[in-house]
Design a protein. Structure first.
Length: 95
């Protein structure tokens, strides 16, 4: 298992097929580039320039939105994950 370093979290991407009102499937190139995924692991919180440690607002198994181009793709055995910076996580999915 991959353990994220300080300021990063490990996310398993959730790909959702997007359709228009008329039923056409929107290709990846035309989609809004935000990602959705499940938090698998969390590194230690990052520090501010002042030295103060930030607090994570997410926890393992949360579903989050993140900047699509913000993550670094990594692979562990046959599964692909994203290592995403703290600042690139932009929302928490709430049911």
């Amino acid at each position: 298992m991959i353990k994220p370093l300080r300021g990063y979290c490990l996310i398993e991407s959730i790909d959702e097929e997007e359709k228009t009102v008329t039923g056409l499937i929107v290709p990846d190139q035309a989609k809004d580039k935000k990602g959705k995924g499940k938090v698998i692991a969390i590194g230690l919180p990052p520090y501010l320039d002042s030295g103060m440690e930030l607090k994570w607002e997410i926890k393992e198994n949360d579903i989050v939105y993140f900047k699509r181009w913000g993550g670094e793709e990594v692979q562990d055995e046959d599964k692909k994950y994203l290592l995403v910076k703290f600042g690139d996580v932009i929302g928490l999915w709430q049911k």
